[in-house]
Write a protein that binds this ligand. Sequence first.
Ligand code: FPP
Length: 255
Amino acid sequence: MRSFFKKFCKSAPHLTQQEIIKLPLPRHLAIIMDGNGRWAKKKGLPRAAGHRAGAETLRLIVETCLEVGMPYLTVYAFSTENWKRPPEEVKALMALLVEYIEKELQQLKQNGVKIKTIGNISELPSTAISRVQKAEKETAHNHKLVLQIALNYGGRKEILDAVKSIAGEVASGRLPVATIDTATMEEHLYTAGVPDPDLLIRTAGELRLSNFLLWQFAYTEFWFTEVFWPDFKVHHLYQAIYDYQYRQRRFGGLK
Ligand code: FPP
């Protein structure tokens, strides 16, 4: 495992912003913010403390994306499978979401961040729904950074929902089957109108997608690190961007 990380994550000592803005940045960064629980355990703290520290890292990364001019950031905050966690952890995550929005909304608005959620928010607790809707409404006109927060999100469910919606249009006679193509699917995904991620970062050493953006990751570059999300700092982000900039993207074609 260690050699994997060595091979794919060159460890140049702390890069600076100047070094990563020399080449084009990823337009859309997606992050699986993993390792909050293990970070807390290592420190003898409750898991909720790990999530709280993770929310702080998120704040820092949003700030950095704004600073470098990255237009799209998508973070996996709560999956359709996360309901399986103990009720007190789910409660803590929902409370943290509400707290994050209450604390950060003003600043996000001022900084031109558009908040958009992907996933089925209608199943969240009512306070979370109202805060999320308020945040989406009050930032709808912003366009410096689109912050997509995946909440009660599952990639398979997203694809299923798109298929059902397309099938409905076909059944009603509004959509001829022969005209259905990948663009039709994209228009029916939760992420409609947002370009596919160029780079995915997953922290905490896990090498899987965990039902995140299954359609959208078709040609995304993956970058993994063993660092726990609460320990993830700006220099780690710069390192991921730097490594991405030296990848050769062929999209199935030739050099
Ligand atoms: C995975 O770590 C993390 C989550 C399931 C939640 C991510 C949430 C945050 C970073 C909180 C901030 C988000 C918002 C929108 C306020 P894990 O708990 O599975 O870690 P483990 O694998 O070490 O147990």
